[in-house]
Design a protein around this ligand. Structure first.
Ligand code: PLP
Length: 411
């Protein structure tokens, strides 16, 4: 007899899980120092100041890039990177179909047409073949996210990009310290765009972001794109050179970010330990759940963990399985539909809107972009959220919940 599931009125396997404990005295001290100085001098900390300069230097170095600029959000990081590329209006930007709305909408804000590419088979990330299938004479760039912290296949993607001479922007909002053969994602393409909002591995506060690159001209273009076209590094007397938004990071966020960056390696290492322990104790030899393959040399940083649901081993649906886990107190979602922006109204209704409705757009505004690999991957997988703050107690409770639900539904 299996235990009574919480969903059927039994006791929950997982009592309250802890928060992330993002911040400690160190972040508070960094911000206090800025306030103390402001109170003493009568001058508020601004932006483009010494904290941001230090943060950018440290962030770039940490990621293995030459340059970084702080921004006020991940969406704006993507906007800045695309703006800095100065893409022709009404050109097409190919974008992985699984992404946050903030990882696609900046294409439209830059007067370009987003073209969703399918995921690679069995993956939430787009792949080289799927990108190549969407390339037309109108394509001007490729934008892809490393979803959930799992690196996309950058070696193959960069080969396609080079073949067609297309710049690549890597959206690293979910993938701080995800690596391929030791190289951080975000350093393969022209720009790496990061979100540093509070839900990410490291944050600068409630919101924040950064854009990295390796080429000096790209860097100055990025600075101008992030700050209303200010004539950074242009001859004296130059005036604002492009129309752009204000996406600046401020000194308070930079100060918090500097402390958080020091914590990032431990955060990622701890998440890996949590995953490894869960693998040893359940996922590695479970009937109901299996672990998707990850390529040799690819380092997942586990913003969350994508798991495969083995429908043939149990007598319930994935939704029922996940609902039972949620009732036990496990933080899972059965479908990552919140990150299918091309299935949302803004995209469905696009044909009537700028830039699709402009006669200068030479493509088909009504074109459908089928994504069968993505549909299949969404169908087969669910997502488990885990925090670096989980210790033995939390892991034991999670294992207990999974075992209980599996035992109940096992064939
Ligand atoms: C892939 C991706 N891109 C962009 C964003 C937008 O970042 P932000 O919320 O910091 O604007 C997110 C946010 O989760 C994301 O996951």
């Amino acid at each position: 007899m299996s235990e009574i599931l919480a969903i059927n009125g039994g006791a929950k396997a997982v009592s309250a899980l802890p928060g992330r404990f993002h911040f400690g005295k160190e972040e508070k001290a960094a911000v206090d120092a800025l306030f103390d100085d402001a109170i003493k001098t009568g001058n508020a900390p601004g932006y483009n100041g010494p904290e941001e300069e230090a943060f950018c230097k440290e962030f770039a170095e940490f990621m293995g890039a030459k340059y970084a600029d702080g921004t006020n959000g991940g969406t704006n990081s993507v906007y800045v990177a695309l703006k800095a590329l100065n893409l022709p209006p009404f050109s097409e930007v190919i974008v992985g179909c699984i992404t946050d709305p903030g990882g696609i909408m900046p294409i439209v804000i830059n007067n370009c047409i987003p073209v969703p590419a399918d995921t690679a088979p069995g993956s939430f990330n787009t792949g080289a073949k799927e990108i190549e299938a969407r390339i037309t004479e109108r394509t001007s760039a490729i934008l892809l996210a490393h979803i959930g912290g799992e690196p996309a296949d950058m070696t193959a993607i960069m080969k396609v990009a080079e073949k067609y001479n297309l710049p690549v922007v890597e959206d690293c909002a979910q993938s701080h310290m995800a690596r391929i053969n030791g190289k951080n994602v975000g350093t393969f393409g022209r720009y790496g765009a990061f979100s540093l909002m509070f839900g990410k591995h490291m944050c600068t506060g409630g919101q924040g972001g950064a854009v990295i690159c390796n080429n000096e001209d790209d860097y100055w273009n990025e600075r101008r794109a992030a700050d209303r076209g200010k004539p950074f590094n242009l001859p004296a007397g130059s005036t604002n050179c492009i129309p752009a938004l204000s996406c600046n990071m401020d000194e308070f966020h930079a100060a918090v970010g500097r402390v958080q960056l020091k914590k990032l390696p431990d955060i990622v290492a701890r998440r890996k330990e949590v995953v490894d322990t869960l693998k040893d104790q359940f996922m590695g030899n479970s009937k109901s759940v299996s672990i998707p393959n990850i390529k040799e040399g690819f380092d997942h940083c586990y913003w969350w963990w994508r798991l495969k649901f083995n429908a043939e081993a149990v007598n319930c649906t994935k939704d029922e399985f996940c609902a039972a886990l949620v009732a036990e107190g496990v933080n899972v979602i059965p479908n990552y539909t919140g990150a299918l922006p091309a299935q949302m109204d803004w995209f469905k209704n696009r044909a009537q809107c700028h830039p699709w409705n402009n006669p200068l757009y030479k493509g088909d505004a009504h074109k459908e972009y089928p994504t069968p690999n993505c549909d299949q991957a969404i169908k087969e997988h669910f997502i488990l959220f885990l925090f670096e703050s989980f210790g033995e107690k939390e892991i034991n409770m999670l294992v207990k919940a999974f075992k209980k639900v599996e035992a109940h539904y096992s064939k």
